[in-house]
Ligand binder design. Structure first.
Ligand SMILES: NC(=O)c1ccc[n+]([C@@H]2O[C@H](COP(=O)([O-])OP(=O)(O)OC[C@H]3O[C@@H](n4cnc5c(N)ncnc54)[C@H](O)[C@@H]3O)[C@@H](O)[C@H]2O)c1
Length: 334
């Protein structure tokens, strides 16, 4: 039987709200626990706002989780910092939310006898390995974000083995999409570049622009979580990517095509010690075992991001986004 009553943690977030839209369409009853720290509840789209039970609270609060988990068929756990910058700025908060939050989810499920968890890990767990990244690779986390998510995977496997629950860990690659405004300066590089170029600002590229990411559109990423919820599979992890690498220079050129004018970026040295040159998913396990394949390619995705930014331009001041100054130069006069 398909699980129908679902608790989503971090449901108001970028992936969460796009995933929930699809779940509502398919008849799920959804509750969300979110502390609304990233962007706030005002980013919940009107079409899903009144159809979800929104509870404000922190996943580190077991007493908040326990009554919410009770009576659910499954849990999708998304609440965690999504950008490496968040961990750089506050490592204690980043690691605390990621580890303590997941542990509380597992524990509240065990106490309520809930058998299925789908949770967000990250492609960052692979860093240091050669690309493309394959699920079987040994994980040697280079930073706190990757380490915390790897710990999530190990804790989920342990609960799965000891208490007979199924825990599917998804490792999203570089998730981007049309409504990422809630993240401000923590948004995906496609959004940051598009927002900058739309406003006539100069994108700042770390390195030579030949670094790559496996960009996956947010609606595809959301669908991967729903698919993992619905498939009857044993505990394991899956890549959520497209299997296609795209360089930053290619992204800039695609945005330029959409805008009808190319912009020469400013290339600067990489300002942080640990920085991935290439992120690229091997998607064989996701396609063959999970039955998930992306539908939106990066050119179509860029078109949607630029279109949405154009529509939002009157209400957004891109040059004032916190942290975004690392990614684009505010030109004199702006
Ligand atoms: N976006 C990506 O590119 C990407 C890539 C890999 C992994 N992931 C993972 O996917 C998940 C969702 O990412 P996203 O892009 O939707 O991020 P997001 O920041 O848009 O959403 C996360 C949501 O969780 C909430 N939240 C954060 N800490 C919380 C806490 N302690 N208690 C309750 N709510 C809390 C936030 O307010 C936000 O609404 C995260 O776990 C992230 O690490 C994202």
């Amino acid at each position: 039987m398909t699980p129908k009553k679902i608790l989503v943690t971090g449901g108001a977030g970028f992936i969460g709200r796009n995933m929930i839209r699809g779940m509502l369409r398919d008849g799920y009853t959804v509750s969300s626990l979110d502390n609304f720290k990233i962007g706030g509840s005002r980013h919940i789209p009107g079409d899903i706002r009144d159809h979800v039970e929104w509870v404000e609270g922190d996943t580190r609060d077991l007493d908040a989780l326990l009554p919410l988990v009770k009576g659910k068929d499954a849990v999708i756990h998304l609440a965690a910092p999504s950008s490496f910058l968040m961990y750089e700025e506050d490592p204690v908060e980043g690691a605390s939310v990621t580890t303590h939050g997941l542990l509380n989810v597992l524990e509240s499920m065990r106490r309520n006898d809930i058998g299925k968890l789908v949770y967000a890990s990250t492609s960052a767990v692979y860093e240091g390995n050669p690309v493309p990244y394959v699920e079987e690779m040994e994980l040697i986390p280079p930073d706190l974000k990757a380490l915390s998510k790897k710990w999530n995977e190990e804790a989920a496997r342990q609960y799965s083995q000891r208490y007979g629950m199924t825990a599917i860990g998804l490792r999203p690659f570089s998730v981007y999409g049309h409504d990422e405004f809630s993240k401000g300066g923590y948004a995906n590089i496609i959004s940051l570049f598009a927002w900058a170029m739309l406003e006539g600002l100069k994108p700042v590229v770390w390195g030579d622009g030949n670094q790559t990411r496996d960009f996956i559109y947010v609606e595809d990423a959301g669908r991967a979580f729903q698919t993992a919820l619905e498939r009857d599979l044993p505990t394991q992890e899956f890549n959520v990517g497209t299997g296609v690498e795209t360089t930053f220079n290619e992204v800039l050129s695609m945005i330029g095509d959409e805008l009808g004018r190319q912009v020469e970026p400013e290339y600067v040295g990489v300002p942080i010690a640990i920085y991935a040159e290439r992120l690229w998913a091997d998607t064989a396990r996701a396609v063959d075992v999970l039955g998930f394949r992306h539908e939106i390619d990066v050119r179509e995705g860029v078109r949607r991001v630029v279109g949405a930014a154009r529509r939002a331009q009157d209400t957004q001041r891109w040059s004032e986004l916190p942290n975004a100054q690392m990614y684009f130069e505010t030109l004199p006069g702006d």
